[in-house]
Every structure is written in C-alpha cells, then in structure tokens.
Design a protein around this ligand. Structure first.
Ligand SMILES: [Zn+2]
Length: 233
C-alpha cells in the first residue's frame, strides 16, 4: 500500500515536470507566432521576387498541431475576434492585389522578342510597389531608375524592367512609360482600397501584439490542450 502511494506521488511529480516543460514550449510558440504575424508588404521584395505569392498565413497557423495549441492555450475572446477580422482583411487584400496585378499587366507595352517573363513581372511589380508605398505614406512617388551594370536596359531600384534600351533616348522612353503606369495605378480605386485595407491590417496587428504580450505577462495560458490535458489531472 505504502509503495503504491509513493509511486503515485512520483507520477504526480513527473506530470508536474512535464506540464512545466509543456507550458514553456507553449510560451515559446506564442512568441514565435507573434513574430510571424507581422505581415510582409503586399508588393515588397523578398527572396522569391516582389510581392505576395498567395494569401498570407503564418506557417504556425497552417500547422494543425501548433494551431490547436495556440487556440487552446490562448482564450482571450478579444484576441480571436481581432484575429478573425485580420484574416478577413488579409483575404480582401489578396483579392485586391490579384486584381491590381491583372489590371496593370493589361497596360504593359507590347512585348518584344527576347523579353523574358521575369522582366515583365518586374515591370509591373515595381510599378505596383512604388504606387502602393507612395499612397500609403502619402508621399509623391519617386522612381529610382538606374542603368543596369552591363549598360543595357533600365532598372527600377534593384529590379531590371527592360533589357534592350541602349541609348539615353530609349531609356527615357521606357522610364516615361513606366512612370505613366505608376501614376495610373495611384489613381485606381482598387489601390486606394488596398491601402485602406492595409491600414486595418496593421492596426489589428498592433492590437493583437499588445493583447498577446499582456497574456504572456500575466501567464494567462494555463488552460489544457489535447497534448497536456492528462497532465492537469
Ligand atoms: Zn497544452
């Protein structure tokens, strides 16, 4: 009898240890998740090019186990309400980004032999980026056109938008056309909608970050999930 009592005390101790360990992991997961919730700009440069490739979703939320842990250990209704709205705005932003890309591609100059898809993708993507950033910051759009290192074509910032222009006149013609595209995008209602939507996303993100840091500070995460339910008993 005495032995049985002793064993169960050991088991209890062990469970407590596991639970402490689990809660530490939960905290780590939440911190990582806060970092992932910072959405990259819809047209910003990254390793694979310019702008979103799909609707933004933090990878931890795409993973069913992590998602379950986050939703079980964070019980703040206000947070998840913000989160639902944030997801709705992200879906809307993706829709607008897609529309803007389609509209802007329709305004491309004639494609010439030797032009690559990459060049035309950059042509549109740099125009969208410049228009979005200008409008968002309420600044006049300034393009930074350069001559690429090999002396041929035109670059907008770090991205080549033409490979053929060899003379000053040819370059100027391309720059003017490209600036024209930027200006026409700035005027688009869809772009204005996207800027408003982006503002909402950023505000919601700030609210969520504040709520989550409060939650972490007060350790308001002491709830069971399916991975720790047995440790609470
Ligand atoms: Zn748990």
């Amino acid at each position: 009898m005495a032995k049985a009592v002793k064993q169960s005390a050991v088991a209890k101790e062990l469970k407590k240890e596991y639970l402490i360990q689990h809660l530490k992991e939960v905290e780590g997961l939440i911190v990582k998740w806060i970092g992932q919730r910072k959405v990259p700009g819809p047209f910003s440069p990254h390793e694979e090019g310019l702008g979103w490739k799909s609707e933004y979703r933090p990878s931890l939320e795409a993973d069913p186990d992590s998602n379950h842990i986050l939703r079980s250990h964070i019980r703040s209704r206000a947070l998840w309400r913000h989160h639902t709205e944030w997801e709705r705005q992200l879906a809307l932003a993706w829709l607008l980004v897609t529309q803007l890309r389609e509209m802007s591609t329709g305004q491309l100059p004639l494609i010439r032999d030797g032009d690559t898809v990459g060049i035309w993708t950059n042509y549109v993507a740099t125009a969208l980026l410049a228009a979005f950033e200008g409008l968002r910051r309420n600044r006049r759009v300034r393009m930074n056109y350069k001559i690429p290192e090999n002396g041929l074509g035109v670059a907008a910032g770090d991205f080549k938008i033409d490979t053929g222009a060899a003379t000053e006149k040819q370059r100027k013609a391309i720059q003017e056309k490209h600036s024209g595209l930027v200006m026409s995008i700035v005027q688009q209602q869809t772009m204005k909608q996207l800027v408003d939507c982006w503002h909402e996303i950023v505000v919601l993100e700030e609210h969520m970050t504040q709520l989550v840091s409060k939650i972490l500070k007060s350790r308001d995460i002491l709830y069971p999930c399916s991975f720790c339910r047995h440790l609470w008993k």
